[in-house]
Design a protein around this ligand. Structure first.
Ligand SMILES: [Zn+2]
Length: 310
Protein backbone atom coordinates (compact mmCIF):
# COMPACT_ATOMS: atom_id res chain seq x y z
CA UNK A 1 0.00 0.00 0.00
CA UNK A 2 1.16 3.51 -0.76
CA UNK A 3 2.70 5.26 2.21
CA UNK A 4 1.35 8.67 3.11
CA UNK A 5 3.48 11.11 5.07
CA UNK A 6 2.45 14.59 6.14
CA UNK A 7 4.53 17.39 7.64
CA UNK A 8 2.75 19.01 10.59
CA UNK A 9 3.50 22.37 12.21
CA UNK A 10 3.11 23.14 15.93
CA UNK A 11 0.06 25.37 15.59
CA UNK A 12 -1.94 22.35 14.43
CA UNK A 13 -0.97 20.60 17.67
CA UNK A 14 -0.99 23.24 20.40
CA UNK A 15 -3.73 21.68 22.55
CA UNK A 16 -4.82 18.19 23.58
CA UNK A 17 -7.99 18.62 21.48
CA UNK A 18 -5.98 19.49 18.38
CA UNK A 19 -3.65 16.53 18.89
CA UNK A 20 -6.66 14.23 19.16
CA UNK A 21 -8.20 15.71 16.05
CA UNK A 22 -4.96 15.28 14.04
CA UNK A 23 -4.72 11.64 15.11
CA UNK A 24 -8.38 11.03 14.26
CA UNK A 25 -7.79 12.44 10.77
CA UNK A 26 -4.53 10.51 10.39
CA UNK A 27 -6.27 7.23 11.26
CA UNK A 28 -8.95 7.79 8.63
CA UNK A 29 -6.59 8.40 5.68
CA UNK A 30 -4.38 6.68 7.01
CA UNK A 31 -1.36 8.98 7.34
CA UNK A 32 1.39 6.44 8.03
CA UNK A 33 4.10 8.93 8.88
CA UNK A 34 3.33 12.05 10.88
CA UNK A 35 6.34 14.29 10.47
CA UNK A 36 6.10 16.67 13.38
CA UNK A 37 8.12 19.85 13.76
CA UNK A 38 10.20 19.80 16.95
CA UNK A 39 12.83 22.43 16.14
CA UNK A 40 11.75 25.60 14.39
CA UNK A 41 13.41 27.94 11.90
CA UNK A 42 14.35 30.32 14.70
CA UNK A 43 15.77 27.54 16.87
CA UNK A 44 12.73 27.24 19.16
CA UNK A 45 12.41 23.74 20.53
CA UNK A 46 9.03 22.05 20.83
CA UNK A 47 10.10 19.27 23.18
CA UNK A 48 11.53 18.88 26.67
CA UNK A 49 15.24 19.62 26.67
CA UNK A 50 17.17 19.96 29.93
CA UNK A 51 15.41 22.57 32.05
CA UNK A 52 13.49 23.77 29.02
CA UNK A 53 9.92 22.69 28.50
CA UNK A 54 7.58 23.88 25.72
CA UNK A 55 4.32 25.57 26.73
CA UNK A 56 2.45 22.48 25.54
CA UNK A 57 4.35 19.22 25.11
CA UNK A 58 2.37 17.81 22.19
CA UNK A 59 4.97 15.29 21.14
CA UNK A 60 4.37 12.96 24.09
CA UNK A 61 0.59 12.99 23.65
CA UNK A 62 0.83 12.48 19.94
CA UNK A 63 3.15 9.49 20.27
CA UNK A 64 0.87 7.85 22.82
CA UNK A 65 -2.20 8.17 20.56
CA UNK A 66 -0.34 7.19 17.40
CA UNK A 67 1.00 4.04 19.08
CA UNK A 68 -2.55 2.85 19.68
CA UNK A 69 -3.30 3.15 15.98
CA UNK A 70 -0.01 1.94 14.52
CA UNK A 71 0.92 5.32 13.06
CA UNK A 72 4.51 6.53 13.02
CA UNK A 73 5.76 9.80 14.49
CA UNK A 74 8.95 11.32 13.08
CA UNK A 75 10.63 14.23 14.86
CA UNK A 76 11.21 16.92 12.24
CA UNK A 77 14.24 19.15 12.85
CA UNK A 78 15.12 22.37 11.07
CA UNK A 79 18.71 21.25 11.39
CA UNK A 80 21.08 23.98 10.22
CA UNK A 81 18.93 27.11 10.01
CA UNK A 82 18.65 29.04 13.25
CA UNK A 83 17.24 32.47 12.55
CA UNK A 84 17.82 32.71 8.78
CA UNK A 85 19.22 36.16 8.14
CA UNK A 86 20.40 36.77 11.72
CA UNK A 87 21.33 34.19 14.37
CA UNK A 88 18.75 33.37 17.02
CA UNK A 89 18.28 30.62 19.60
CA UNK A 90 21.45 28.75 20.51
CA UNK A 91 23.33 30.23 17.56
CA UNK A 92 22.89 33.78 18.86
CA UNK A 93 25.17 32.81 21.77
CA UNK A 94 27.57 30.84 19.56
CA UNK A 95 28.14 33.04 16.54
CA UNK A 96 31.56 31.43 15.98
CA UNK A 97 29.57 28.42 14.69
CA UNK A 98 27.54 30.47 12.21
CA UNK A 99 27.72 30.57 8.43
CA UNK A 100 29.53 33.72 7.30
CA UNK A 101 28.34 35.43 4.10
CA UNK A 102 30.46 36.98 1.36
CA UNK A 103 30.50 40.32 3.19
CA UNK A 104 32.02 38.62 6.21
CA UNK A 105 28.80 38.91 8.25
CA UNK A 106 27.50 36.25 10.58
CA UNK A 107 24.13 34.76 9.45
CA UNK A 108 21.35 32.75 11.11
CA UNK A 109 22.65 29.48 9.71
CA UNK A 110 24.79 26.95 11.53
CA UNK A 111 27.97 25.96 9.72
CA UNK A 112 28.34 22.17 9.92
CA UNK A 113 32.13 22.57 9.94
CA UNK A 114 31.82 23.54 13.61
CA UNK A 115 32.44 20.55 15.90
CA UNK A 116 30.67 22.40 18.68
CA UNK A 117 27.57 22.97 16.56
CA UNK A 118 27.38 19.36 15.36
CA UNK A 119 27.76 18.20 18.95
CA UNK A 120 24.89 20.46 20.01
CA UNK A 121 22.65 19.16 17.18
CA UNK A 122 23.44 15.56 18.08
CA UNK A 123 22.72 16.29 21.73
CA UNK A 124 19.26 17.55 20.72
CA UNK A 125 18.62 14.30 18.85
CA UNK A 126 19.91 12.25 21.75
CA UNK A 127 17.79 14.06 24.32
CA UNK A 128 14.69 13.68 22.20
CA UNK A 129 15.38 9.98 21.57
CA UNK A 130 15.94 9.40 25.29
CA UNK A 131 12.75 11.19 26.27
CA UNK A 132 10.29 10.22 23.53
CA UNK A 133 9.60 6.98 21.68
CA UNK A 134 9.56 8.43 18.19
CA UNK A 135 9.88 6.27 15.09
CA UNK A 136 12.60 8.41 13.64
CA UNK A 137 14.50 11.64 13.28
CA UNK A 138 13.69 13.68 10.18
CA UNK A 139 16.38 16.07 8.94
CA UNK A 140 15.26 19.24 7.21
CA UNK A 141 17.51 22.20 6.28
CA UNK A 142 20.34 19.71 6.22
CA UNK A 143 22.43 21.86 3.93
CA UNK A 144 24.14 25.21 3.48
CA UNK A 145 21.91 28.22 2.77
CA UNK A 146 20.55 28.69 -0.73
CA UNK A 147 22.91 31.04 -2.62
CA UNK A 148 19.88 32.96 -3.92
CA UNK A 149 19.38 34.10 -0.31
CA UNK A 150 22.76 33.79 1.42
CA UNK A 151 26.08 32.91 -0.17
CA UNK A 152 28.47 31.00 2.02
CA UNK A 153 30.10 29.77 4.03
CA UNK A 154 33.22 31.89 4.33
CA UNK A 155 33.93 31.21 7.99
CA UNK A 156 37.51 30.54 9.12
CA UNK A 157 37.02 26.80 8.85
CA UNK A 158 35.38 26.82 5.40
CA UNK A 159 37.82 29.41 4.12
CA UNK A 160 37.70 31.63 1.09
CA UNK A 161 36.26 30.16 -2.05
CA UNK A 162 33.30 30.30 -4.36
CA UNK A 163 30.81 28.23 -6.29
CA UNK A 164 33.36 27.37 -8.98
CA UNK A 165 36.04 26.40 -6.47
CA UNK A 166 36.02 22.63 -6.24
CA UNK A 167 38.04 22.44 -3.05
CA UNK A 168 35.71 24.82 -1.21
CA UNK A 169 32.59 23.08 -2.53
CA UNK A 170 33.96 19.63 -1.57
CA UNK A 171 34.80 20.82 1.92
CA UNK A 172 31.21 22.00 2.34
CA UNK A 173 29.79 18.73 1.02
CA UNK A 174 31.99 16.78 3.44
CA UNK A 175 30.87 18.93 6.38
CA UNK A 176 27.20 18.20 5.68
CA UNK A 177 27.97 14.52 5.00
CA UNK A 178 29.76 14.27 8.36
CA UNK A 179 26.70 15.53 10.22
CA UNK A 180 24.44 13.04 8.42
CA UNK A 181 26.89 10.21 9.19
CA UNK A 182 27.02 11.18 12.87
CA UNK A 183 23.23 11.44 13.01
CA UNK A 184 22.92 8.01 11.40
CA UNK A 185 25.26 6.46 13.94
CA UNK A 186 23.37 7.95 16.85
CA UNK A 187 19.87 7.24 15.57
CA UNK A 188 20.75 3.60 14.89
CA UNK A 189 21.85 3.20 18.52
CA UNK A 190 18.22 3.86 19.36
CA UNK A 191 16.97 1.51 16.64
CA UNK A 192 14.85 4.12 14.87
CA UNK A 193 14.78 5.61 11.39
CA UNK A 194 16.68 8.50 9.89
CA UNK A 195 15.07 10.38 7.02
CA UNK A 196 15.44 13.73 5.30
CA UNK A 197 13.56 16.37 3.36
CA UNK A 198 15.86 17.22 0.48
CA UNK A 199 16.14 19.49 -2.55
CA UNK A 200 14.26 18.24 -5.59
CA UNK A 201 16.90 19.62 -7.94
CA UNK A 202 19.44 16.83 -7.84
CA UNK A 203 22.33 16.85 -8.67
CA UNK A 204 22.52 20.68 -8.83
CA UNK A 205 21.94 20.86 -5.07
CA UNK A 206 25.30 19.15 -4.53
CA UNK A 207 26.92 22.47 -5.47
CA UNK A 208 24.23 25.04 -4.64
CA UNK A 209 23.63 23.91 -1.04
CA UNK A 210 26.18 21.09 -0.74
CA UNK A 211 23.49 18.52 -0.17
CA UNK A 212 24.54 15.25 -1.83
CA UNK A 213 21.56 13.19 -0.76
CA UNK A 214 22.13 10.78 -3.63
CA UNK A 215 25.31 9.75 -1.84
CA UNK A 216 23.51 9.46 1.51
CA UNK A 217 21.02 6.95 0.13
CA UNK A 218 23.71 5.00 -1.72
CA UNK A 219 25.64 4.75 1.56
CA UNK A 220 22.51 3.61 3.42
CA UNK A 221 22.55 6.59 5.79
CA UNK A 222 18.82 7.26 5.35
CA UNK A 223 15.86 4.89 5.67
CA UNK A 224 13.63 7.10 3.57
CA UNK A 225 13.92 10.31 1.70
CA UNK A 226 11.42 12.99 0.70
CA UNK A 227 12.58 15.23 -2.17
CA UNK A 228 10.57 18.44 -1.92
CA UNK A 229 9.15 18.44 -5.44
CA UNK A 230 7.01 21.52 -4.82
CA UNK A 231 5.73 23.01 -8.06
CA UNK A 232 2.52 23.77 -9.93
CA UNK A 233 4.20 22.87 -13.20
CA UNK A 234 3.42 19.26 -13.99
CA UNK A 235 6.21 18.92 -16.54
CA UNK A 236 8.79 19.94 -13.95
CA UNK A 237 7.21 17.72 -11.29
CA UNK A 238 7.32 14.68 -13.54
CA UNK A 239 10.84 15.27 -14.84
CA UNK A 240 12.26 15.60 -11.37
CA UNK A 241 10.19 12.64 -10.16
CA UNK A 242 11.65 10.33 -12.79
CA UNK A 243 15.17 11.30 -11.69
CA UNK A 244 14.30 10.63 -8.05
CA UNK A 245 12.76 7.23 -8.79
CA UNK A 246 15.85 6.21 -10.77
CA UNK A 247 18.11 7.16 -7.85
CA UNK A 248 16.58 5.08 -5.08
CA UNK A 249 18.52 1.94 -4.15
CA UNK A 250 16.94 -1.24 -2.83
CA UNK A 251 15.88 -0.96 0.80
CA UNK A 252 15.45 2.84 0.84
CA UNK A 253 11.97 4.30 0.57
CA UNK A 254 11.08 7.25 -1.64
CA UNK A 255 8.26 9.46 -0.45
CA UNK A 256 7.91 12.05 -3.16
CA UNK A 257 7.31 15.44 -1.54
CA UNK A 258 4.20 17.23 -2.78
CA UNK A 259 3.75 20.94 -2.04
CA UNK A 260 0.04 21.36 -1.41
CA UNK A 261 0.94 24.84 -0.23
CA UNK A 262 4.53 26.01 -0.07
CA UNK A 263 6.65 28.99 -1.08
CA UNK A 264 6.85 27.57 -4.62
CA UNK A 265 3.49 25.85 -5.06
CA UNK A 266 -0.21 25.96 -4.37
CA UNK A 267 -2.10 22.93 -5.66
CA UNK A 268 -5.80 22.40 -6.28
CA UNK A 269 -7.10 19.09 -4.90
CA UNK A 270 -7.17 17.73 -8.46
CA UNK A 271 -3.57 18.65 -9.12
CA UNK A 272 -2.41 17.26 -5.80
CA UNK A 273 -4.12 14.00 -6.75
CA UNK A 274 -2.51 13.98 -10.20
CA UNK A 275 0.96 14.52 -8.74
CA UNK A 276 0.45 11.77 -6.16
CA UNK A 277 -0.79 9.33 -8.80
CA UNK A 278 2.14 10.16 -11.08
CA UNK A 279 4.57 9.53 -8.23
CA UNK A 280 3.07 6.20 -7.26
CA UNK A 281 2.76 4.95 -10.82
CA UNK A 282 6.38 5.92 -11.47
CA UNK A 283 7.47 3.72 -8.59
CA UNK A 284 7.63 5.94 -5.49
CA UNK A 285 6.80 4.09 -2.27
CA UNK A 286 4.57 6.92 -1.17
CA UNK A 287 4.10 10.65 -0.99
CA UNK A 288 4.82 13.21 1.70
CA UNK A 289 2.53 16.23 1.65
CA UNK A 290 3.45 19.73 2.77
CA UNK A 291 1.68 20.45 4.93
CA UNK A 292 -1.14 19.23 7.18
CA UNK A 293 -2.60 22.68 7.82
CA UNK A 294 -3.17 23.26 4.09
CA UNK A 295 -5.21 20.08 3.59
CA UNK A 296 -8.93 20.58 3.00
CA UNK A 297 -11.61 17.93 3.60
CA UNK A 298 -11.52 17.22 -0.12
CA UNK A 299 -7.74 16.81 -0.09
CA UNK A 300 -8.02 14.34 2.77
CA UNK A 301 -10.67 12.36 0.90
CA UNK A 302 -8.36 12.18 -2.11
CA UNK A 303 -5.42 11.05 0.02
CA UNK A 304 -7.66 8.32 1.42
CA UNK A 305 -8.42 7.26 -2.13
CA UNK A 306 -4.74 7.17 -3.03
CA UNK A 307 -3.82 5.20 0.08
CA UNK A 308 -6.45 2.60 -0.78
CA UNK A 309 -5.77 2.42 -4.52
CA UNK A 310 -1.99 2.06 -4.60
ZN1 LIG B 1 31.75 27.62 7.57
Amino acid sequence: MALIGVWIHPHALDSREKVESVVETAVQVPIDKLIVLVKDLDGTLHFKYGDYSPSYDYLGGLIELCREHGLEVHAWFVTLCEGGEKPSGWLAEHSESAVVNERGEVTGWICPSSDKARKRILSLFETLLGEYEVDGIHLDYIRYPDPLVIKGCFCERCGRGGYQDEEWIMKGIENVDTLVEEAHELVKEYGVELSAAVYADYPECIVSVRQDWGRWIMDGLLDWVAPMNYTNIMRLFETRLLIHVSMIPEGILLLEGIGKKSSTSSLSPGKMLRQAELALRAGADGVAVFSYEALSEQDLRLLRLIAAKY
